[in-house]
Ligand binder design. Structure first.
Ligand code: C5P
Length: 232
């Protein structure tokens, strides 16, 4: 399991996504394909980007009955992605079914992560609307423990929660964290943010970075800066 920077390819179509990747002539960054690009272009976009030599995190956050998730995961696995995810709120049974669907005939499978509580969900709304009478931290750690019990590899969470997850699930349990900004950069709509350097100090395994790279004047330089801050 290597520490790495994953670029969020939040583009509306294939032309824009591939045009952006054309900037990278030397290295092949790990990229994240989310709902917007996948729903616009279908599975072919995964194949096209894979064919260019990139590792892919397919961020579709599945959440349905176990049998449906199992079958959907088998389809995603056949696309040869490197990482995919689901909502831990689907329960341990759903997560186990997902793993079964994801595992290929030869026993190999993509990394499977669980989304705990979205970073856009406040503690107040979680309590008032979802009737979860706990702190957000306790909920995140419990969902991470459920994911671990189901056999998953890790969770997507805020970098600020990564130490708690490692404490509750062990250092080998992976944390993949969005909400990253350069110290001198735009915050945008993100709230609970850290720098690549701080995320490294908090022990996260992968950082997911979108606009600080995709909207930069020189995306390759921004990516290199991110890798350097996160790895050094
Ligand atoms: O542009 P930015 O760096 O904010 O992009 C972060 C990426 O991580 C986006 O693709 C966003 O959907 C995703 N994400 C997030 N917070 C979560 C889960 C996913 O920002 N809790």
């Amino acid at each position: 399991m290597g520490k790495d920077v994953i670029i969020a390819l939040d583009f509306e179509n294939k032309e824009k996504a591939l045009g952006f990747l054309d900037n990278f002539t030397g290295r092949k960054p790990f990229v994240k394909i989310g709902m917007e690009l996948f729903y616009a272009e279908g599975p072919q976009i995964v194949k096209d980007i894979k064919a260019r030599g990139h590792k892919i995190f397919l961020d579709l956050k599945l959440h349905d009955i176990p049998n449906t998730v199992k079958k959907a995961m088998a389809v995603l696995s056949s696309l040869d992605v490197d990482m995919c995810n689901l909502h831990a709120a689907g329960t341990i049974d759903m997560m186990k079914a997902a793993l079964e669907g994801l595992t290929r005939a030869d026993g190999s499978r993509p990394i499977l992560l669980a989304v705990t509580q979205l970073t856009s969900t406040s503690e107040e709304r979680m309590q008032r609307e979802l009737l979860i009478n706990e702190t957000i931290e306790n909920t995140v750690v419990k969902y991470a423990q459920n994911a671990k019990e189901a056999g998953l590899d890790g969770v997507v969470c805020s970098p600020l929660e990564a130490p708690l997850v490692k404490e509750g699930c062990g250092s080998q349990f992976m944390t993949v964290t969005p909400g990253i900004r350069f110290a001198d950069g735009d915050v945008g709509d993100q709230v609970r943010i850290t720098t690549p350097d701080k995320a490294k100090q908090m022990g996260t395994d992968y950082i997911v970075v979108g606009r600080p790279i995709t909207a930069a004047e020189d995306p390759v330089a921004a990516y290199e800066r991110c890798v350097k801050e996160f790895n050094d």
